[in-house]
Write a protein that binds this ligand. Structure first.
Ligand code: ZN
Length: 263
């Protein structure tokens, strides 16, 4: 009877030159070269809660009731690709709408819910706005994004009437607020507007696909490789961004940034 032996893969002789080594600089340079200009703000949970499990306070001027602060804006570059572009052979579902893949240098320390504003892009958005609070005695509504250009603003004036198209002089835009300047329109009760405008694309990080990995480079130094995250357009993540606090109008959110403002 043949002798049964248990095979074993021979242990490879150690040769440091056979190892895969990563050189950070070419990778970083590639990312920097292909990247888009982005403002990255770090997300922090707002502590406006109590131990009894209640939700964040809706009147909290730090988070606006959404439970998140976005601090320390930093201008940098990241590779951001719309994910639907790469989903050619996969079933298209509404879960994919507004999704993007984000590759960034490890030093950016990207985290869940961090906010990324693309500086070069421009998107179109339309929304219904309730002008339900007052600034300087004028009815004001809050938009999801800060507009770049306004295409149109309509006011609802009854089911059987045409919508009223507002003239540029009928309103003003302050940050992401629309303030009604026309007194006749200010007198309409339950004032509801529809607006279409362009804005910078804004994403929130929703998932970490590849965390920071430390490797050795060809000079045997430790290097951190770029990270990859999934992000989603802000209006699919939560409703109103309401980001800047304006001390004159006392609207917007308080800025809790604690580093010198770089952008
Ligand atoms: Zn809060």
């Amino acid at each position: 009877m043949a002798k049964i032996t248990v095979g074993a893969t021979p242990i490879p002789s150690y040769n440091p030159y056979n190892q895969i080594r990563f050189d950070k600089d070419p990778l970083s340079e590639e990312l920097w070269d292909k990247g888009y200009g982005v403002i990255h703000e770090k997300a922090v949970k707002c502590p406006c809660k109590s131990a009894n499990g209640a939700d964040n306070k809706s009147n909290c001027l730090n988070c606006g009731g959404a439970g998140w602060l976005f601090v320390n804006p930093n201008k940098t570059k990241m590779v951001i690709e719309r994910q639907s572009k790469n989903e050619k052979y996969k079933e298209y579902s509404s879960n994919m709408i507004g999704m993007a893949s984000v590759s960034a240098l490890a030093r950016e320390d990207l985290g869940i819910m961090d906010r990324l504003t693309l500086l070069s892009g421009k998107s179109q958005y339309t929304e219904t706005v309730f002008a339900d609070f007052f600034v300087d005695g004028k009815k004001t509504g809050r938009l999801v994004y800060k507009p770049i250009d306004i295409f149109c603003v309509f006011v609802f004036v009854g089911e059987s009437n045409h919508l009223r198209l507002l003239d540029e002089s009928d309103y003003s835009i302050v940050g992401n607020l629309i303030k009604i300047e026309n007194n006749e329109i200010n007198n309409i009760s339950n004032l509801t507007l529809s607006i279409r405008y362009s804005h910078r694309p804004v994403y929130h990080i929703i998932e970490e696909n590849r965390s920071t990995m430390v490797q050795r480079d060809s000079k045997d130094k430790e290097v951190s490789l770029p990270t990859n995250h999934s992000a989603r357009l802000a209006h699919y993540v939560y409703d109103s961004m309401n980001y800047e606090y304006d001390s004159q109008t006392k609207t917007g959110l308080l800025d809790n940034s604690f580093t010198e403002k770089k952008c």
